[in-house]
Design a binder for this molecule. Structure first.
Ligand SMILES: *[C@@H]1O[C@H](CO)[C@@H](O)[C@H](O)[C@H]1NC(C)=O
Ligand SMILES: *[C@@H]1O[C@H](CO)[C@@H](O)[C@H](O)[C@H]1NC(C)=O
Length: 225
């Protein structure tokens, strides 16, 4: 049974290595505008932000489509306290992290009904568009934008999802300890065999490798194909 099942599982394993996966997170730290964040509508004034990620462009077109992804914050009060304590905006991606990108951040007034809609351009408070370079890592990059009569302070970083590694979040490695392999993963996504195991997938017992050779061969051929 295991003999027929094994190549199928290994094929899945190989397919997964071609995917990438990660998340871009952006946090609004503060926002203010000399025109007033909410114009004349100061009572119950609520705002939200939209983040749009695109491929790097010399002249950034801030309009959709957001080729790398887009996300909205929740709606919150326009005071600095609720802005700074809001949750980060998360944009998930499933491609190799390119390192450079165009970043567009918009501040919007929420409708009085409490709906965060980007349909009515009159509700757009401000918009910034900038090009950035960013490597994968936990550390938050801080930035501030003073354009358009407003001040926006924000921070952002990009992280690989679980089991994805490397500078592009494209090296897939999931630790395992079973028939199909005995290994952990290092930071760049390389397999590190557990003690007593060897081979590309750490599926050979170090003492008697001959028994597993045929399966391992099959596996390598499939990964190359
Ligand atoms: C300033 O924001 C308004 C939207 O409120 C927008 O129409 C305008 O193009 C912006 N100006 C600049 C220089 O970004
Ligand atoms: C791997 O599995 C074996 C057998 O199930 C177990 O004895 C061993 O402790 C495991 N090693 C690790 C690092 O989990």
């Amino acid at each position: 049974m295991a003999r027929f099942f094994l190549p199928f599982v290994l094929m899945l394993l190989c397919v997964q290595t071609t995917l990438s996966s990660g998340v871009f997170e952006l946090k609004i730290n503060s926002f203010s505008s000399s025109r007033g964040v909410c114009g004349f509508q100061t009572r119950d004034c609520q705002i939200f932000f939209r983040v749009c990620l695109k491929h790097s462009q010399d002249v950034i077109n801030p309009e959709p489509p957001c080729t790398y992804g887009t996300a909205l914050t929740d709606i919150f009060g326009a005071d600095s306290k609720s802005i700074s304590s809001s949750a980060p905006i998360r944009v998930l991606f499933h491609f190799k992290w390119p390192g450079t990108f165009s970043l567009i951040i918009e501040a919007w007034n929420a409708e009085s009904s409490g709906i965060g809609s980007t349909d009515n351009q009159n509700n757009l408070i401000s918009r910034l568009a900038t090009r950035r370079r960013l490597t994968v890592g936990e550390e938050w990059s801080q930035d501030v934008d003073f354009s358009n009569k407003s001040e926006l302070r924000y921070s952002y970083h990009v992280l690989c999802n679980e089991h994805y590694h490397g500078a592009e979040c494209s090296a897939y490695c999931r630790p395992r300890n079973d028939t199909f392999g005995h290994y952990t993963c290092d930071e760049t996504g390389n397999r590190v065999c557990l003690e007593g195991w060897t081979g590309e997938y750490c599926a050979h017992p170090q003492q008697s490798p001959a028994r597993f050779n045929r399966h391992t061969l099959q596996l390598n051929v499939r990964c190359l194909a």
